[in-house]
Design a protein around this ligand. Sequence first.
Ligand code: A3P
Length: 353
Amino acid sequence: HPMVFPSSRVHFSKTSRRLPQALIIGVRKCGTRALLEMLYLHPRIQKAGGEVHFFDRDENYLKGLDWYRKKMPHSFRGQITIEKSPSYFVSPEVPERVRAMNASIKLLLIVREPVTRAISDYTQLRSHAATAILPLADSSPPTPPAAAAGSGYGPSTAARTKLQSARGYDNALGSGAGGKETSQRTQRARRTVIGTTTTTAATPTTTLSAAQLAGKSFEELAIFPNGTVNEAYRPLSISMYHIHLHRWLEVFPREQLLVVNGDRLIEDPVSQLRRIEAFLGIEHRVKSEHFYFNETKGFYCLRYDNGDRCLRETKGRKHPHVDPVVVSKLRKFFAEYNQRFYELVGEDLGWPE
Ligand code: A3P
């Protein structure tokens, strides 16, 4: 029977790096990081540190499975290794490549109401655009609005965090809103100890349109001057979940994929985690005592044996105000797509029209 040491993740001789038995394939901005960190509370779960982007980037995929395995954390037999790269969901070549590695892998897909997701995506792209035109020197960092909003950090910390995020780092828990530098340092040390790896995503300029850099509003980007919806706008096309999911279901049976409700994960993490534990075939271990609601951050934060952690300030950004007329136009636009998504997954997620 495999021995599992719940709280110590020390490398004894019985551990090795194993290819993932489960993947969080997306969707970006739906809570992929929160989901992975929450699952990591479970003693049977090990997680890859950064986003590895093995299946969606040819330069990585060509390095082969040994390269991928080396990006994985040490685990005991009986533990489940999970990796998350949200771009897997929208990259056409990925499902077949995943199947070639492991045809019985378990897939986790976290979704949110598509218009909220699009606005969150816009907010992130805009903040990267803001960073891309900031001077990189530490001398006079402007205060980024999202980080300044109640984070309790001085501008230079905020700017540094933002720069990291603009470079595509997404492997970290931040200290709680109002947290201290020391706890950040502790986490950095912790990350080192558990041997995670960080992968650098595409540089911001490659993911930004000129329009984003020009500081256009969400309304301007989503709706053409003639009033029609700009379907090609990336934050909107990524929210057309059925198009992307369709490709996955051509390769994997429906039972191998679990749809996680990202809006519910925010409100009530334990109920979503219970479903995931059952799906992964592991006992119910992540419970309400692992969470506390942080009023300053406005989200649940995580409670470990050795302290409390919130996701960092790039998770749970304040969204800009969006014209309610535009929101309701987009909700109507998505109604038909949502219906197709419900049919594919066999569940009505009840998103507003
Ligand atoms: P917003 O920043 O728009 O609120 P991803 O990790 O896939 O990029 O998703 C980021 C989203 O995770 C955030 O989007 C936030 O709403 C959501 N989220 C869910 N649970 C969270 C938590 N406990 N703390 C912070 N963000 C959380």
